[in-house]
Design a binder for this molecule. Structure first.
Ligand code: GTQ
Ligand code: FE2
Length: 353
């Protein structure tokens, strides 16, 4: 590390002075840039790896957790997080995203709380659960996207007769790395109220396309519409895929008042790939987590191939290429940190085919 090419006039190697200098620097809690290896790599050095989790396993273990682990204060939410094997045992799907399956049994309630990490749910199967988002009851059905934005109160209720499992995503690793995590428990309210099939947020912001009320847009940096229904998503995808003529369609969930991403840290999108069609090979920095909602496909992430069936989830780390080739008509939900990269001027994207 210390150069020996400097020699003091009296013949004493200057090396000693250099060594002393390094010691003084370290003692002063400083570090020279010139000894840092790889602090400015050519490309992001990746820890997270391309990975897929099978629904069969997720479901079995979620159900087992339902049998074995009670849900109450302390336990709170019965959640199994996707733990990327490249991330040294951390409970994160990618460098920036938490992905998980949550299981709520019949009659159970996951109690009220709020946190600064933003969260979303995408329902894979089951029925009957509703989530109270800032006092607004939002029913959850398969294919629906439900938002619980940063610092919004939320609690999950399952008044029905059957358990329900859904996919959760949060920007928790990102918020953690920014030292931005705050959490608060809410008041317990174990009431099983009858819930309208449509939330207030949908009645206000989601019933007429292109129409939003004057003066009601709060100064919140997220969508005031908390639920995006599968019926609408499906219809839009069908129309798009018909128009594209190439067997593929992608759409983005947006804040209806601003046309921007639903939440400032997470982009949500839905992708349809018809049997035999293949998405274009591309990569971007930032990462994403995907849920196979319907159908089956082979995803190639970097150099690895993953066979996907309904419910299977997968992680695409930063700067890893992705192509999806459907073996049956397939629909995918995707959430990514793209809005963060775009807002910070860090976004890069490359089309590779
Ligand atoms: O449902 O509120 O997967 O707070 C992780 C943290 C779900 C939730 C998670 C949470 C929740
Ligand atoms: Fe939560």
């Amino acid at each position: 590390m210390a150069s020996t090419k400097f020699t003091a006039p009296d013949g004493m190697p200057k090396k000693n002075e250099v060594n002393e200098f390094y010691e003084s620097v370290a003692e002063a809690d400083l570090q020279p840039l010139w000894v840092q290896k790889g602090i400015m790599p050519k490309e992001p050095p990746l820890a997270a790896v391309p990975f897929a989790w099978k629904w069969k396993t997720l479901k079995e273990l979620a159900e087992r957790s339902g049998e074995l682990i009670p849900i109450d204060r302390g336990g709170d939410r019965r959640v199994l997080s996707l733990s990327n094997p490249g991330l040294a045992g951390q409970p994160y799907a990618t460098q920036t995203l938490w992905g998980a399956v949550q299981y709520l049994g019949p009659g159970e309630v996951a109690p009220a709380h709020r946190h600064t990490p933003a969260a979303l749910r995408f329902v894979i199967e089951g029925s009957g659960v509703w989530t109270l988002v800032n006092g607004d009851p939002v029913p959850m059905e398969p294919g629906d996207l439900v938002l619980t934005p940063s610092w919004s109160w939320h609690e999950h209720h399952n008044p029905g007769k059957s358990p329900m499992i859904w996919f959760d995503a949060l920007d928790l690793p990102l918020a953690r790395s920014l030292d931005a995590v705050f959490f608060e428990n809410g008041p317990d309210q174990m009431v099983n109220r009858a819930v309208d099939p449509i939330s207030n947020s949908e009645l206000t912001y989601g019933t007429s396309s292109g129409l939003v009320p004057f003066g009601q847009i709060e100064e919140m940096p997220y969508s005031p519409l908390f639920a995006y229904r599968w019926k609408d998503t499906d219809r839009a995808l069908s129309r798009l895929v018909e128009m594209s003529g190439n067997g593929r369609a992608s759409l983005r969930f947006v804040d209806p008042t601003r046309g921007v991403d639903v939440m400032p840290t997470m982009r949500c999108s839905m992708h349809r790939v018809l049997a035999g069609s293949k998405t274009r090979k591309h990569r971007r920095n930032g990462s994403s987590v995907w849920v196979t909602f319907r159908g089956s496909a082979v995803a190639t992430i970097g150099d690895e191939h993953f066979h996907l069936d309904e419910g299977d989830m997968f992680a695409v780390p930063s700067w890893c290429s992705l192509t999806i080739e459907a073996t049956q008509d397939a629909d995918f939900f995707c959430t990514s940190d793209a809005p963060v990269f775009e807002k910070l001027g860090l976004a890069r994207e490359e089309l590779l085919d």
